[in-house]
Design a protein around this ligand. Structure first.
Ligand code: CA
Length: 222
């Protein structure tokens, strides 16, 4: 799931990117509000992790602009631990949640999962498709009583397919989900991860639509 991180501290930004990636998200990081505005113009990001103090302005002003424009995507604020006023202003400006620095990456990932599931109208944390129950919090699945574990990128790909199971996702789109903007993409990466997923879930779980891309097989297709 594509998440935009807006943070100007390079150490924190790197930690957030690596941490969220290990939790099965597909994070992208920008260090200014100008870059954040450009990134938000596309609808590829499902949620935003937003710092308040940024070199070209306040994250709170950016948030207010987003909400005035009718952008309802979940926003989690990064606030200084002792800045209660920022949190109150942030929540009242339209933030959905906050974490205080220094924060726990597992907690941030859990808060993002909660917001995304609420955004999808789901109350339960697991996702079901075709006999497979997927648990985003542990990047694992259950089927026929057995537990299946996924590596972070496998899980990112599976989760993207699960968002709209019968929609066809192109290879280019899946590559984007697997890698950040600045990472070099191995030409067969998508095929490799689809192959690994099929080995775990059965050959027919993911369909290849020749010349177009991939989608999940219809329910009960076996
Ligand atoms: Ca900052």
């Amino acid at each position: 799931m594509r998440i935009l991180i807006v943070e100007d501290d390079p150490v924190l930004l790197n930690g957030l990117t690596v941490g969220l990636r290990l939790s099965g998200f597909s994070p992208e990081a920008v260090a200014s509000l100008a870059d954040a505005a450009t990134a938000m113009d596309s609808d590829e990001f499902r949620a935003v992790v937003l710092d308040i103090g940024l070199p070209d302005g306040s994250g709170l002003d950016f948030l207010a602009t987003l909400r005035r424009a009718g952008d309802a995507r979940p926003v989690v604020l990064l606030t200084a631990r002792d800045q209660v006023a920022d949190r109150i202003t942030g929540l009242d400006t339209g933030a959905d949640d906050y974490v205080g620095k220094p924060f726990d990456l597992h907690e941030l990932a859990a808060r993002l999962r909660a917001l995304l599931r609420r955004g999808e109208g789901r109350a339960q944390p697991s996702i079901e498709w075709n006999g497979l129950v997927v648990y985003p919090e542990t990047m694992s699945g259950k089927r026929d009583g057995g537990t299946i574990r996924f590596a972070a990128r496998e899980f990112a790909l599976l989760q993207h397919l699960l968002e709209r199971p019968t929609a066809i996702r192109s290879k280019a789109e899946l590559e984007e989900r697997l890698y950040g903007w600045n990472e070099e993409i191995e030409s067969n990466a998508v095929e490799v991860h689809v192959h690994k997923l099929r080995a775990k879930l059965g050959a027919r779980f993911i369909e290849t639509v020749r010349g177009v891309g991939y989608r999940l097989a219809e329910e009960d297709a076996g």
